[in-house]
Design a binder for this molecule. Structure first.
Ligand code: PQQ
Length: 563
């Protein structure tokens, strides 16, 4: 069951396995399989369901991987399971046995493994990378990426690029310093480390020696006041994608710390940005900041997906991302230049648009007020800003169909009351300086799955959902688009029209990302079910509205009946 670099690079084309997060390193989540299609999908049935067990069933955000008849899937509390893809039988379980002091901000989730050689590699909530023997689940190597006592954790799936495991870190709510790191996949030896806050030194390891590799961006504090860059956040909490074409890792960065933007005048690089990083050296090739001087926790980790399109007979090497701030961006992926941007939500209040370079034109009335301007200095004026900080879109990945040339964007319509408070950095403590309540904008829906045309910015179709959408999307050559809902449904849509073609209730909310593969000539589809993640914890009035949703923890596998 050995996975090679070639297997990973070819993953989108080789349908008999799924060996990358995103069904291909670019993360398009598009499969050329078409046996399950708009005509046949009505007959699709579950063939098995596997329970993750455990007393505490929390959010299940994993994307499963499949290789040689074995599924590798992660579960809440840093667990990994190997399951027989034909029967749903458990082959082994690994449980990371976490210390008491872990501090994940947004549920005890994990988004999946990376596969390489005979190893199953994943990140834990106590900020370690663990490589397991794919056959037995026994630990082959284990490395500490960062100190969980400072607030670091890992929730993202690592990725493997040319023999290197790439990981990010979570912890943006605790004033950590974000970073991307590369480790030798076979041995776990560290190769380079690249901090994502301006002014911090990067390192590369040569013959086991740690060598300085240039500071990240400008001088320490150039776009930060005083010493705030030392605890500047910009967590790389969603990992990233890889574009073989330009040999770039695309890694997003989270909010600047603290949330209270009056404490840190300036752009606060490289927070709320997309970075193109050289996988060989860890150098930042270019950056694009979606929300300079972020004052709303709009963050910037959302996936940047490489795709090509034709413009007047010329191929444009583009990449697209749908940001928490409500704008979708199409960039030139060779240099990070802004091509176009447009809203993908119905309402944006904090900015009136984007300028020629893609920088937001702020509506300063929508920036939460400065606490020091208030009478007692304890609470700044509150604003109702749209989108809410959980974003027009959060971590849940969109898909790009090579057939329709549309992006399928899982989005949410909500706003928030937000205000600032004084705060100070203390190691291992929350570092926000803000209070907030998320509120729905309409009675009947929050979630909207949108088909967006990246060439025009037009919405081609939409599906509205009562609860916020929090799971990933899958597009297939069968003219289908799949997504799960917090109500528990796996839903399939006609990719061209948005007509609902399939639904099946998995018994708990879906916040995982579906995959599809082929085995012995049959097309399979799997999705993880188990409601949780940030919404029930941080969702304010939205969380109250959907508190009836039940937790769970299982993976479901579907196929067509044998003809
Ligand atoms: N995680 C979720 C989720 O899994 O539902 C939602 C969020 C996170 C957010 O909205 C965040 O802002 C966020 N921020 C960080 C960070 O700044 O380090 C980490 C995470 C995470 O690791 O899950 C989330």
């Amino acid at each position: 069951a050995s996975v090679t670099d070639k297997d990973i690079l070819q993953d989108q084309k080789t349908v008999e396995d799924v060996v990358s997060n995103g069904l291909g390193p670019r993360g398009q989540r598009y499969s050329p399989l078409d046996k399950i299609n708009t005509d046949t999908v009505k007959d699709m049935r579950p063939v098995w369901s596997f329970s993750f067990g455990g007393e505490k069933q929390r959010g299940q955000e994993s994307q499963p991987m499949v290789k040689d008849g074995v599924m590798y899937v992660t579960a809440s509390y840093s667990r990994v399971f190997a399951v027989d893809t034909k029967t749903g039988d458990e082959l082994w379980e690994y449980n990371a046995r976490l210390p008491d002091g872990i501090m994940p901000c947004c549920d005890v989730i994990n988004r999946g493994v990376a596969l390489y050689d005979d190893l199953v590699i994943f990140g834990t909530l106590d900020a370690k990378l663990v490589a397991l023997d794919a056959k037995t689940g026994k630990v082959k190597w284990k490395k500490t990426v960062a100190d969980y006592k400072e607030g670091y954790s890992i929730t993202a799936a690592p990725m493997v690029v040319n023999g290197k495991v790439i990981t990010g870190v979570s912890g943006g709510e605790f004033g950590i310093v974000g970073k991307a790191e590369a480790y030798d996949a076979k041995t776990g030896k560290i190769l380079w480390s690249r901090p994502t806050v301006e002014g911090h030194m990067g390192y590369i390891w040569k013959d086991g020696k740690k060598v300085e590799n240039g500071i990240s961006g400008g001088k320490p504090g150039q776009t930060w006041p005083g010493d705030l860059w030392k605890s500047g956040g910009a967590a790389t909490w969603l990992g990233g994608t890889y574009d073989p074409d330009t040999n770039s890792l695309f890694i997003g960065t989270g909010n600047p710390a603290p949330w209270n933007s009056h404490m840190r005048p300036g752009d606060n690089l490289f927070s709320s940005s997309r970075l193109a990083i050289d996988p060989d050296t860890g150098k930042i090739k270019w950056h694009f900041q979606t929300t300079p001087h972020d004052g709303w926790d709009y963050d910037g980790v959302n996936e940047l997906i490489a795709f090509d399109y034709m413009d007047g007979g010329k191929t444009v090497k583009a990449a697209a991302t749908a940001d928490r701030n409500g704008f979708m961006y199409v960039l030139n992926r060779t240099n990070g230049d802004f091509i176009r941007g447009f809203p993908f939500v119905d309402e944006i209040s904090w900015a009136t648009g984007l300028d020629k370079k893609g920088r937001p034109i702020y509506n300063e009335k929508m920036r939460p007020g400065n606490p020091s301007a208030s009478e007692d200095g304890k609470k700044g004026s509150s604003v109702h800003a749209v989108p809410a900080f959980l974003g027009g879109k959060n971590w849940m990945p969109m898909a790009y169909s090579q057939d329709t040339e549309l992006f399928y964007v899982p989005s949410n319509e909500w706003g928030m009351d937000i205000w600032n408070e004084p705060t100070a950095y203390k190691k291992g403590a929350a570092y926000l300086g803000a209070g907030f309540t998320i509120k729905p904008l309409t009675e009947d829906h929050i979630g909207v799955l949108r088909a967006m045309d990246p060439k025009t910015g037009k919405e081609v179709w939409r599906y509205q959902n009562f609860s916020p959408l929090w799971g990933g999307v899958l597009a297939t050559a069968g003219n289908l688009v799949f997504i799960g809902t917090p109500e528990g449904y796996l839903k399939g849509f006609d990719a061209k029209t948005g007509e609902v073609k399939y639904q099946f209730n998995t018994g708990s909310g879906i916040v995982g990302s579906p995959i599809t593969w082929e085995q012995d000539g049959e097309q399979f589809l799997s999705v993880v079910s188990g409601w949780g993640g940030a919404v029930p914890l941080w969702g304010g009035e939205v969380a109250k509205r959907i508190k009836h949703l039940n937790q769970g923890g299982s993976v479901w596998t579907f196929k067509l009946p044998k003809s």
